[in-house]
Ligand binder design. Structure first.
Ligand code: HEM
Length: 326
């Protein structure tokens, strides 16, 4: 008995020791930078820069939401999307319309002037995104920090990891599961399509020649088809932009879910999560308020912000978000 007890006690001690040294999600914490940047309040500094930008350009909200998603899904939330260079992530096709890099640079230089080499670019993305999404106040949430920056950025990783605009619900669920995110996380995070725009090139097929049929996608409301056709002429080379949420495109709200239930999803993937049996009930609950989007969206953003993070002594704190330290 005594031998048994001591064997299990040893196993417990070993397990605890492993937990203590294992780098990973557990190392992120709320308020990591408190007291670490001389007298500067890091999160307040980010907040004021984002607020100033938001006041003159509300499109910073979708820009940053997408930036965080595209960072976290490729090698984790390590700011690898910010790195310059031939063949880096930002040169990959799905990233060509990603925006917000200048805002991150602005925050980084403000913080470097207060405490050089302390605040990671990966954390700046996450804090600034929260503050932008919270532009409407209601959607604010507490973020965890303590991420470090990666040193590798490959376009091929972006192409491999970022989900496609026409993914079925099952394909999208699988892509999120591969990052440790659930079906509910997918539905909540796709709710970010409540703001921002897409290019006509992503919907031409749905408007004019769905799957080679010569007809529009029957899953799209015919009134929306004709409106979007006027914005996206078939032969035009302009590749204009159209709102992802056709009802309230500039506000973070549940309008997106109501729209997709009314067959007014713009991207095929958006429409797919409204119709698939595996996702339809959650979409309905978010649309009718049975589930609270503001609270749950914040939780899902925090969860996405913890995907494959570098912490402790991993990676580095870049001096410039665009380049690995020399
Ligand atoms: C299955 C998952 C997803 C797919 C396939 C997808 C696809 C797309 C596509 C094709 C666009 C339009 C790009 C363009 O026309 O240039 C877009 C825009 C956008 N996406 Fe997603 N997305 C997904 C998930 C997410 C997530 C998880 C977020 C954030 C949490 C997000 C945030 C946004 C935002 C805010 C925009 C508008 C960007 C702007 O106005 O500049 N997306 N997405």
């Amino acid at each position: 008995m005594a031998a048994l007890l001591s064997a299990s006690a040893i196993a417990l001690v070993l397990a605890l020791a492993c937990l203590a040294v294992a780098p990973g999600h557990g190392a992120l914490q709320v308020g990591f930078y408190k007291g670490k940047c001389n007298s500067t309040d890091v999160e307040a500094t980010v907040r004021s820069i984002v607020a100033a930008r938001f006041a003159r350009d509300r499109s910073i909200v979708p820009a940053l939401l997408r930036l965080q998603f595209h960072d976290c899904f490729v090698k984790g939330c390590d700011a690898s999307i910010l790195l310059e260079g031939r063949g880096s992530e930002k040169t990959a096709n799905p990233n060509l319309s990603v925006r917000g890099y200048d805002l991150v640079d602005q925050v980084k230089s403000a913080l470097e002037s207060k405490c050089p080499g302390v605040v990671s670019c990966a954390d700046i993305i996450v804090i600034a995104t929260r503050d932008a999404a919270g532009g409407g106040k209601q959607y604010t949430y507490t973020v965890q920090t303590g991420r470090r920056d990666g040193t590798v950025s490959l376009a091929s990783d972006a192409v491999r990891n970022l989900p496609g605009d026409s993914f079925s619900a099952a394909q999208a669920i699988a892509a999120f599961r591969a990052k440790g995110l659930s079906t509910s996380d997918l539905i909540l995070l796709l709710g970010a399509h409540t703001v921002g725009v897409t290019h006509c090139s992503f919907v031409l097929n749905r408007l004019y020649n769905y799957n080679g049929s010569g007809k529009p996608d029957p899953a799209m409301d015919p009134a929306l088809v004709s409106f979007l056709r006027s914005r996206c002429p078939q032969k035009s080379t302009a590749n204009s932009v159209i709102a992802l949420d056709q009802a309230t495109p500039a506000v973070v709200d549940t309008g997106y879910y109501k729209q997709i239930l009314a067959k007014r999803g713009v991207l095929k993937v958006d429409q797919n999560i409204a119709s698939a049996a595996s996702t339809n009930a959650t979409v309905k609950a978010l649309a009718n308020g049975g589930l609270s989007f503001p609270a749950l969206f914040g939780k899902a953003m925090v969860k996405m912000g913890a995907v494959q993070v570098l912490t402790g002594s991993q990676g580095q704190i870049r001096k410039s978000c665009r380049f690995v330290n020399k």
